[in-house]
Design a protein. Structure first.
Length: 300
């Protein structure tokens, strides 16, 4: 059983994963962040390190590797029936962007291509970077990450490298909502789909659920755009039932903001109807609506 704890605090949440003490006796790294705190394993012994979240700013003992800077050559998808395939990180990025494989196929290729700890680090960095380009790629990369979540080489785990990156990026991506909406929506989609697909000890990651609720809350309210409302309703349709199970009070708060947005009537008619449909889905536990109800919303 992998030890894990997750806790929401103010505008934040916390991961506690398995791991050995950090180098230099840093058994309890303090990570302050206005959104996320994670303790990760670095030795793979199963001993849990700990971390706490408070205040604003960031401090810790984590790293953010850089993506390879070389130009990636174009590749054509070889037959999967051939001998084992191997892709470099730049080639993997090209394959993702051109959708040459399914997420499952490309994940398996990437798994076979890992030959060292640096490959694990760079793969997590590459998937996160490409995911932020647009919503479609965010969904694609999240599916890959879910399939690669337990991959490791020696003592370096893919999931911990990915969660480290998300921790460092969470606050900065909350701040780009107004300045770079496509990146913001791609990041929110990526987190939502990771929550949907990734598990620790066969359980949903509670801390990711708290992050999802905070991101969804950022999509609704004063100044919400049609693109944000469309993203909100799409992601709630995907992860809403799981959020009710994992973070019931948080998703209820999101739905309260949805009601207020409808009442203020600041959005267009189409967006308000999408929000009304979302409320009805929530009230029914995110089960399928009756065909007559679906027809009503389709006609509007």
């Amino acid at each position: 059983m992998i030890p894990m704890a997750a806790r929401g605090r103010a505008r934040g949440f916390k991961f506690l994963l398995d791991g050995a003490p950090l180098p230099g006796g840093l058994n309890q790294p303090q990570c302050s962040y206005d959104g996320l705190s994670i303790a990760v394993d670095v030795g793979g012994t199963g001993d849990a390190t700990s971390a706490s979240a408070s205040g604003r700013g960031w401090s810790g003992h984590l790293r953010r590797p850089k993506l390879p800077t070389s130009n990636a050559p174009s590749i054509s998808p070889p037959a999967l029936a051939d001998a084992k395939l191997s892709l470099t990180i730049p080639q993997t990025i090209v394959a993702i962007r051109t959708l040459q494989y399914s997420p499952e196929q490309l994940s398996d290729i990437c798994r076979e291509s890992i030959t060292g700890t640096n490959d694990v680090v760079q793969l997590a960095t590459a998937l996160h970077s490409v995911a932020l380009e647009n919503i479609e790629l965010a969904e694609f990369c999240a599916k890959m990450c879910a399939r690669l979540f337990e991959v490791s080489y020696e003592n370096v785990l893919f999931r911990n490298e990915l969660l480290n990156i998300l921790q460092q990026e969470f606050k900065s991506n909350l701040s780009i909502r107004k300045s770079n909406s496509p990146r913001w929506l791609a990041f929110a989609t990526f987190i939502c789909q990771l929550f949907q697909g990734c598990r620790l000890a066969d359980q949903p990651i509670h801390a990711l659920g708290l992050a999802v609720c905070e991101l969804l809350l950022g999509m609704v309210g004063e100044g919400s755009t049609p693109a944000e409302i469309r993203c909100l309703t799409a992601q709630c349709a995907s992860v809403g039932a799981l959020l009710v199970e994992v973070a019931r009070s948080k998703i209820a708060h999101v739905m309260g903001a949805v009601r207020e947005t409808i009442i203020r009537a600041e959005s267009g008619v189409k967006e308000r109807m999408l929000l009304l449909k979302l409320l009805e889905e929530y009230n029914r536990g995110f089960t399928d609506l009756h065909p007559d109800d679906l027809l009503f919303y389709a006609d509007i």
